[in-house]
Design a protein around this ligand. Structure first.
Ligand code: PLP
Length: 398
């Protein structure tokens, strides 16, 4: 008897399924604005020069391939905290512990499983909308999921008043998931003052901030983008921070992520670390080494680190440039869509304002692939395809 005979197949992942369809499309003008991967102006995802050089050095060093410690190497943890906390990293090192996790996704799941073992509450609050996988990850860890208001779709802007009002009603010990920058899928980020108001609400109400920091350096720069981490760390609620080097180092397939826990005292941090180890041990035992070695090789060498920062700035500048060109291209064609938000928002994603039917038209008639919610990845736009995309959107909405 077959184990799978009477079982329905699971639906394909909506975004990755779009890439499969894109790959099969034979139209030479096809454009993929779906999946969340950075593309350069040649339409390819670059391997950064700093990464190539780090890989050469790692190969030459010929390190052993024995297991890493459960939470990864100490050097990687320090490098992660250096980027998360900046000049405060030294002060935070006493009361913050880091596990190298398999990507940002692995970090979120590690944190979710850890929390599930200790919190009396079993609810996690996510923004409406949020990255679809947040729902899947926290549901898989056994959480109930609730949403707080975030994006005002009608006016293409953040609705901070509604967000704060909802978070002031969240019970103590519940988990609140916050995107630190480059909110996925809306591109709408919080100002320093708004972060301070959230940190105050977390302290007052006793909910646990779980910060998802997958795009450090893609919005305004490494320093400016960490403002949410700074606000929370300074206000003092114990929090969790899921980091990822998939985007800012272009290490997507290497699964270099991190989970950092902040605690009130060094003793609390040590206790937290012991449980972090226990949780990771039964999930994947210990993390994959190569991506983390690349990151530490770069960040520990001032010349390579400077080169990486310049390459990261290049990606950020290109995203901003394509945002401007998209807004200009649509405005110049009198497309009846709100365009200002494309220029104001941060990171790779924005809602285009296209509805499901228009998205289908663009896929079927123009081979332009967009997630059905209308979210677009602006880094899929290039000098070669921007006019074609703007022209096609104009046709779709007319
Ligand atoms: N969090 C958000 C908001 C993301 O958009 C992503 C990736 O798209 C992740 C986490 C996970 O990143 P990783 O590829 O490192 O697992």
């Amino acid at each position: 008897m077959s184990l799978w005979k009477n079982i329905d197949p699971a639906p394909p992942d909506a975004i990755l399924g779009l890439t499969e369809a894109f790959k099969k499309d034979r139209n030479p003008n096809k454009v993929n604005l779906g999946v969340g991967i950075y593309k350069a102006d040649n339409g390819r995802t670059p391997v950064l020069e700093s990464v190539r050089e780090a890989e050469r050095r790692i190969l030459d060093a010929g390190e052993e391939k024995t297991y890493l410690p459960i939470t990864g190497s100490e050097a990687y943890g320090e490098a992660v905290r250096g980027l998360l906390f900046g000049e405060n990293a030294g002060a935070m090192s006493e009361r913050a512990v880091t596990a190298h996790a398999p990507g940002g996704t692995g970090a979120l799941r590690l944190g979710a499983d850890l929390l599930q073992r200790f919190r009396s509450a079993s609810t996690v609050w996510v923004s409406d909308p949020t990255w679809a996988n947040h729902h899947g990850i926290f549901a898989a860890a056994g959480f109930e999921i609730q949403s707080y208001p975030y994006y005002d779709r009608e006016n293409s802007r953040l609705d901070f008043d509604a967000m704060l009002a909802a978070l002031k009603d969240v019970p103590a010990n519940d988990i609140v998931l916050l995107h630190v920058c480059c909110h996925n899928p809306t591109g709408e980020d919080l100002s320093p003052e708004q972060w301070e108001a959230l940190a105050a609400a977390a302290c007052e109400k006793g909910w646990i901030p779980f910060l998802d920091f997958a795009y450090q350096g893609f919005a305004e720069g490494l320093e400016a983008d960490r403002r949410g981490v700074r606000a929370m760390a300074e206000a003092g609620p114990d929090c969790l921070i899921a980091g990822s080097f998939s985007k800012n180092f272009g290490l997507y397939c290497e699964r270099a992520g991190s989970l950092t826990l902040t605690a009130h005292t060094a003793d609390d941090a040590a206790t937290a670390e012991s449980h972090l180890k226990k949780t990771a041990r039964v999930l994947y035992s210990n993390p994959p080494a190569h991506g983390a070695r690349i990151v530490t090789t770069i960040l520990d060498d001032p010349t390579l680190a400077a080169q990486w920062k310049e390459e990261l700035a290049g990606m950020r500048r290109r995203i901003h440039a394509m945002r401007r060109q998209l807004a200009d291209g649509l405005r110049s064609r009198d497309v009846p869509l709100e365009c200002d938000h494309f220029e104001r928002q941060q990171g790779m994603f924005s809602f285009s304002g296209l509805n499901g039917e228009q998205v289908d038209f663009l896929r079927d008639e123009k081979s332009i692939y967009i997630v059905r919610s209308g979210r677009i990845n602006v880094s899929g736009l290039t000098a070669d395809n921007i006019d074609y995309v703007c022209e096609s959107i104009a046709e779709a909405v007319k």
